[in-house]
Design a protein around this ligand. Structure first.
Ligand code: TXA
Ligand code: MG
Length: 334
């Protein structure tokens, strides 16, 4: 069964209505190429407060501001380091968030008390269309992932409704192409540092900046301060655990014969006749990421006692997925 909905269509009239609501301080569910965001006018304090309330998000967690063009960086940042210019030129629009020093007084409500700002220019055509019209293309949209705090990010419009209710206007841009959240690079550090891995990898960033990959991935000196790097995050309610292929086979055999309802998330091949609780995902990190959250949601809704996820390869291409699933394992079962 494919998790991808390819026939989603957003009509111009819906884009106009979304922009009208955003300009009036309301919230809108917005598709991006990574995950769906819960968007509000970044410069409207009450509108941003609505995001925090809807998500149940603690006030000290900053939100990313989405902008139409890299040329607008200077509106939000007090200083745009050369590293940020290079990364924006190379990877925007796309799944990359840049942390920059924030211009004093700008988008205070999005900052969670930090003197920095996270900026991203998304490539999804619907997000681009909204940003092109919103405040004449000059505005910023605060948009964290459109899930309740700590839960799995939504990658379809239906997921957003399931998280936040049916009353929210959600633009249906289909299933997100990337499927996991953007790579976050802190450009206030020298050299820059990756705060959250994503589809865009350290090797690509290292090459663009002419710095060592290991430096980009160095650990933080201080305690984590962003939600995406809390140990428990992206979590299903069903207990989730890492298992080798051998452990999965053994657990499945023993568990199912004892009447236990077990879910499996593994690489092919599938050793038995198709079973709805045994999901295989491709051994390609981009394809795996594209489907991961939809599959986790489906397994989480299936009333299982536990979900076993097959350990991922140790290579850099799988880093972001190891990161997300490790946090999901940690936060699961609550
Ligand atoms: O792909 C994405 O980035 C998605 C889509 C909707 O754009 N957004 C997203 O937002 O994942 P959110 O809020 O769920 O995660 C953003 C992460 C959080 O961990 C937040 O704490 C961090 O970015 N962040 C935002 N502004 C920051 C700042 N000024 N300094 C450090 N971290 C920041
Ligand atoms: Mg999030």
């Amino acid at each position: 069964m494919s998790e991808v909905n390819t026939d989603a269509q957003v009509r111009p009239r819906e884009i106009i209505e979304a922009v009208r609501r955003l300009e009036a301080g309301e919230l809108v569910g917005l598709p991006t190429e990574t995950v769906y965001g819960l968007a509000a006018d970044a410069e409207n304090v009450q509108a941003v407060a609505r995001i925090y309330a809807a998500k149940g998000r603690p006030a000290d967690h900053p939100v990313i501001v989405h902008i139409h063009r890299a040329a607008d960086l200077g509106h939000w940042a007090s200083e745009v380091p050369e590293t940020a210019r290079k990364l924006a030129a190379a990877f925007w629009p796309g799944p990359l968030t840049l942390i920059l020093p924030r211009k004093p007084g700008v988008a205070d409500a999005c900052a969670g008390g930090q003197n920095t700002i996270g900026l991203r220019c998304p490539s999804h055509p619907v997000a681009q269309a909204v940003l092109a019209i919103f405040k004449g293309g000059q505005g910023g949209l605060a948009a964290p992932s459109a899930n309740r705090f700590g839960r799995i990010s939504p990658t379809t419009a239906a997921h957003v409704h399931a998280e936040l209710g049916d009353d929210l206007l959600v633009l249906d841009g289909g299933a997100c192409a990337v499927g996991i959240e953007s790579t976050i690079v802190d450009c206030t550090a020298q050299p820059p540092r990756i705060l959250r891995p994503g589809q865009l990898q350290a090797a690509d960033i290292a090459q663009t900046l002419g710095v060592a990959e290991a430096d980009l991935l160095r650990p933080a000196e201080s305690a984590p301060r962003v939600a995406g790097v809390l140990p428990a995050h992206y979590a299903p309610r069903t207990p989730l655990q890492w298992c080798s292929r051998e452990q999965i086979n053994a657990r499945w055999e023993i568990g199912t014969s004892a009447g236990r309802r077990i879910g499996v998330l593994a690489f092919p091949p599938q050793p038995l006749a198709p079973h709805p609780s045994w999901v295989t995902l491709p051994a390609d990190p981009a394809a795996y990421a594209q489907q991961l959250y939809a599959v986790l949601r489906r397994l989480d809704a299936a009333g299982l006692e536990e979900i076993c996820v097959e350990v991922l390869p140790p290579s850099p291409a799988w880093l972001a997925l190891r990161d997300r699933l490790t946090r999901a394992v940690h936060g699961s079962g609550r």
